[in-house]
Design a binder for this molecule. Sequence first.
Ligand SMILES: Cc1ncc(COP(=O)(O)O)c(C=O)c1O
Length: 311
Amino acid sequence: MVAPFDLARARLETRGCNELIHFNNAGAALPPAPVADALYGYLREEELQGGYEVMDRRSAELEHFYTAGARLLNCTPGEIAFADSATRAWNAAFYALDLRPGERILAGSAEYGSNLVALLHRAKCRGVEIVWVPDDEHGQIDVAALEKLIDPRVKLICLTQVPSGNGLVNPAAAVGRIARGAGIPLLLDACQALGQLPVDVQQIGCDLLCGTGRKFLRGPRGSGLLYVRRALLERLEPAELNHHAADLLSTETTGCAPTPGASNAGSAAAPASSPWGWPSTMPWGGASRSSPSASGVWRLNCAGSSPPSTA
Ligand SMILES: Cc1ncc(COP(=O)(O)O)c(C=O)c1O
């Protein structure tokens, strides 16, 4: 959901506008005063009161990250995870898919560079085949060609909606329709689209989406989000876990409780996040003990491992 953009207010609220004309929103936009002031204020409170104490007191505001993210994308808060960058969010989704040798990924030619590296890494290490979908005469992904490439070997479609280096806008919803029709997950990099275009995951029909805070959303650097459609969660296995993402119940049995936080017992206010997110005690973290993200949909096998430290 995107509210009408109030240019006059945006200018008024952007102190940097008084100093210069800044065109680099695709890199990192000038943050408006409410964002910058929230950051300065939060860090000042941490300096004077301590990080955990401030996080506890501000937990409702931090939790707002999930509801705001859900409103932005038209999904539920439990389908949103905080990430410290879009790259991290994309990788978390991508590496959680259990792709096998001989299986295929269809990818557009405008895929973001870091995504390309991960795709090639998967091809090298897992024997997964990457098939590049050709562009149409406008330079957008050729939707008809994409449709022809669908077969039972295809397990994922990757698309960058708006690339970083030019004005291309890929037809995400048309790709989503094909993906949905074939029952293949669509992983959408919406990094340059968020804040610039309406991005509605229901309308697009994507299952996984990454975005960053610092571009057209005008948030702080070091913030990003991952959307995972709830129906897909059970098919994913996070590539990495830690005690912010799992409740360690026993070092001898399988099973870690899906709600975050318990393994932090003893550290009064240690942050926690979803299995898909990252904890942060910073104002842009949004992580809290009661994060509902992705709860109840995964298990960690702890059997046979040496007892981990919960210190
Ligand atoms: C299309 C696209 N995807 C991903 C990224 C990476 O964003 P981040 O630096 O938050 O990982 C960028 C950044 O320029 C981008 O343009």
